[in-house]
Design a protein around this ligand. Structure first.
Ligand SMILES: Cc1cc2nc3c(=O)[nH]c(=O)nc-3n(C[C@H](O)[C@H](O)[C@H](O)COP(=O)(O)OP(=O)(O)OC[C@H]3O[C@@H](n4cnc5c(N)ncnc54)[C@H](O)[C@@H]3O)c2cc1C
Length: 426
């Protein structure tokens, strides 16, 4: 191949930004990272921005600055199409004059554009429910929450919030909202927590279906102690302005309605030039992470559908899996490119290593399991689980900033906690 291989990575989330940073530092390829947003955010923190217990501005990573420091280029733009024959990807750039399109040529295209909550076409959800799938949505939720809370600081009746989805997102959001509102009580509204009715609705028989039963039971007990009304086995059939309707006809009234159930791929993948997709729209990839119908396109993270050959189960849509895929690719592709091989070179199969699942219930508790391959498996709870949950993010930051700057961001965050209010209403 004449000149360096051109690698275009679309989506700078958990997987994409780690891959771009690592390949960019290696210097063996011409790497472009494209994202519809101008900054990266660690998605597992979105519920804390929504509840107002963390500040997003401190956690953003500016794509231009990251690119400049790490030997890759950043191209703003949302994916709108691919010409597989010509190997060109089309992006739309938000600009004052509309949405001009740009095209970038590639030898290898990596798609890492994440996922969204899945409302399974439930009537009324798209119109009446909020989702927390990106920073804009988390901030929009916070704005709505703030308006509702300000109206109730000095009396003003009950605030009803209902969350659909008893997975990690819904459980963590419920705990975080309770934590935020308990904090607000100390701001001069001692009866505010008593005027919040928070309902968590899950269609399955238990919360946290991806976790062992013991963890589900512990989470349900903690939420119940916090006066969160947990409704398991409750199938939502519709949403409207006043709340949710369940299959048995029960109504759950709520001013703020959050849909945090299910996972599906972004709609744009449906229009991509004949690539194979799963039932929930993800791009089907083989063990080498290449899409089944085009080896010049790789998919990573939540937007990829990969079956673990050892278990026959899908690799889960988690930050942990997204990071492992990005690290696998940067290690093996980076090595091949540095030897002068092309991006078409055969890569070893990816093996997902389950390192455990952790759920953090705000300041109240944390629960989780260590994976089969981590110290032989085991359970974590309380502070150790919360620290392990934090550690995943800190490892990601060290990957992006290097050990020294990564450690500094940790120290600065801890100092910020000492100075900033525990919950913001601005
Ligand atoms: C509230 C919440 C809590 C969570 N907690 C945990 C947890 O505790 N542990 C865990 O392992 N996982 C957790 N997850 C799941 C985890 O966040 C995802 O699995 C992970 O972020 C997936 O990484 P990714 O790189 O595939 O996608 P993402 O991190 O979502 O990144 C996708 C990127 O693509 C960009 N993008 C999207 N569409 C386009 C487009 N059309 N064109 C260009 N760019 C685009 C986005 O701007 C974004 O930068 C949580 C998720 C949520 C919402």
């Amino acid at each position: 191949m004449a000149g360096k291989a051109r690698i275009v990575i679309v989506g700078g989330g958990v997987a994409g930004i780690e891959l771009a940073t690592s390949l960019g530092r290696g210097g063996s390829a011409d790497v472009i990272l494209a994202d519809r947003s101008l900054s990266h955010i660690w998605k597992p923190m979105l519920h804390t921005f929504a509840a107002g217990t963390a500040r997003a501005d401190r956690q953003k990573v500016n794509f231009f600055a990251q690119a400049c420091r790490n030997g890759f280029r950043f191209q703003p733009g949302a994916l709108i199409g691919i010409d597989r024959q010509a190997r060109r990807v089309r992006l739309a750039v938000e600009a004052a004059e509309g949405r001009p399109e740009v095209e970038r040529a590639y030898d290898l295209l990596v798609l890492a554009i994440g996922s969204r909550a899945n409302d399974f076409g439930t009537p009324g959800v798209a119109k009446h429910c909020l989702t927390i799938d990106d920073l804009t949505e988390a901030e929009h939720f916070h704005e709505r929450l703030r308006c509702q809370l300000l109206a109730r600081l000095d009396g003003g009746g009950l605030l009803e919030i209902a969350i659909v989805g008893g997975g990690a997102t819904g459980v963590e959001l419920a705990a975080e909202l309770k934590h935020a509102i308990n904090m607000l009580a100390a701001y001069g509204s001692p009866d505010l927590p008593g005027r919040l009715r928070l309902t968590l609705i899950e269609s399955g028989p238990r919360l946290l279906p991806a976790f062992p039963e013991k963890v589900s039971r512990a989470a349900a007990r903690i939420l119940s102690d916090l006066a969160v009304e947990v409704r398991t086995g409750a199938m939502v059939t519709a949403a409207d302005a006043a709340g949710f309707v369940l299959k048995d006809g029960t109504r759950i009234s709520a001013e703020l309605k959050v849909w945090a159930a299910g996972v599906k791929a972004p709609d744009v993948l449906a229009g991509l030039d004949g690539l194979e997709r799963s039932r929930t729209g993800q791009l089907v990839v083989g063990a080498d992470l290449r899409t089944t119908r085009d080896p010049a396109i790789i998919a990573l993270g939540d937007c990829a559908s990969l079956t673990d050959p050892r278990t026959g189960q899908p690799v889960p849509a988690t930050a942990q899996a997204a990071r492992q895929e990005a690290q696998h690719l940067s290690r093996h592709l980076g090595r091949a490119l540095s030897r002068g091989e092309t991006p078409a070179t055969q890569l070893p199969p990816f093996r997902y290593v389950e390192k455990g699942a952790i759920v953090s219930l705000a300041d109240f508790n944390g629960w989780g399991t260590l994976g089969r391959y981590t110290f032989g498996g085991g359970r974590l709870n309380g502070l150790s689980a919360r620290l392990t949950h934090d550690l995943l993010y800190r490892q990601h930051q060290i990957g992006l900033y290097g050990p020294l700057r990564g450690a500094m961001t940790w120290v600065l965050d801890d100092l910020d906690h000492l100075i900033s209010p525990p919950v913001r209403l601005d």
